[in-house]
Design a protein around this ligand. Structure first.
Ligand SMILES: [Zn+2]
Length: 280
């Protein structure tokens, strides 16, 4: 009886949150961070845009809403504006501040067969070109509905071997900064979905190796690369904690690890911002 009562009161307690599913993100208006702006609107579904790209908008309570803006790592500092559209169009400004300390450098040496990732041959270049639009389209997915709620959990327990935003050099050549977090782990270690969502990409690509993309709704997408095995299918709905694949070292990887990345409005952001919010 008491157990039943406890269960019921828990459901009642969670009910408002279920009705108004919202994710928790720390306000970090810096390159690679997320600007969080609250606004009021009595519209049933206000929309927001940054550089014409649709943004994640969530209802907090009644007429209180919140918009999340992923800020590119290469964004110039200073005042930016977003447009909110409900009954009319209005603009909100926010300031992009410098990140504390700059992102450190990381030098990676690729040897033997892995050298193809520095100097791809013509066949590799053809493959890279054919894969690019598939990956870009997946990152541009914008489902109007919200698919996840609350804070994210870590996809694996391993130690972090590369942090987000590192300035990367492969065999001395400057490449794109590190767009996610690397967790060390043995090949075959299970990877869990950090939040509810839908599988929008399952494939094997030149740089990423075996990869999975999860849509969490409204342009929030998480990516898992260098996998050993896929454990999900395209279009599958998943819950937080479900196993989606296993750690491997496919693609441009020097050892077994999980590369975990998060996209918000087609922009890579620091995945830790979704985890840290839970500890507030
Ligand atoms: Zn990585």
């Amino acid at each position: 009886m008491l157990k039943k009562f406890k269960k019921l009161s828990l459901i009642l307690l969670l009910l408002p949150n279920l009705l108004l599913a919202s994710i928790l993100v720390k306000n970090t208006p810096l390159p690679g961070g997320v600007a969080v702006i609250d606004f009021t609107s009595n519209h049933s579904s206000p929309k927001a845009f940054y550089n014409k790209i649709p943004l994640y908008v969530q209802q907090l309570k009644n007429q209180r809403w919140q918009v999340l803006i992923g800020i590119p790592l290469w964004e110039k500092l200073g005042t930016k504006t977003i447009t909110i559209q409900d009954f009319s169009s209005r603009e909100f400004a926010f300031k992009v501040k410098p990140a504390k300390g700059s992102y450190a450098e990381q030098h990676i040496k690729l040897k033997g067969k892995k050298k193809k990732y520095i100097k791809p041959n013509l066949a590799h270049i053809d493959r890279i070109k054919s894969e690019r639009p598939i990956l870009t389209n997946a990152r541009k997915t914008f489902s109007p509905q919200t698919l996840s709620n609350g804070a994210f959990i870590r996809p694996v327990d391993g130690i972090t071997t590369s942090t987000f935003g590192l300035k990367r050099f492969f065999n001395g050549v400057a490449r794109r900064p590190h767009t996610g977090i690397d967790y060390a782990g043995d090949t075959g270690t299970l990877i869990k979905s950090p939040a509810d969502g839908k599988i929008i990409l399952v494939g094997d690509y030149f740089f990423n190796g075996k990869a999975i993309f999860i849509d969490h709704g409204q342009g929030l997408i998480s990516v898992y690369i260098h996998l050993n095995k896929h454990l999900v299918k395209l279009g599958q709905r998943i819950k937080q904690g479900d196993s989606i694949g296993t750690i491997g070292q496919t693609g441009r990887a020097t050892g077994p690890h999980l590369h975990w990345g998060i996209y918000l409005n087609q922009t890579v952001i620091n995945p830790n911002l979704l985890l840290q919010a839970a500890r507030k």
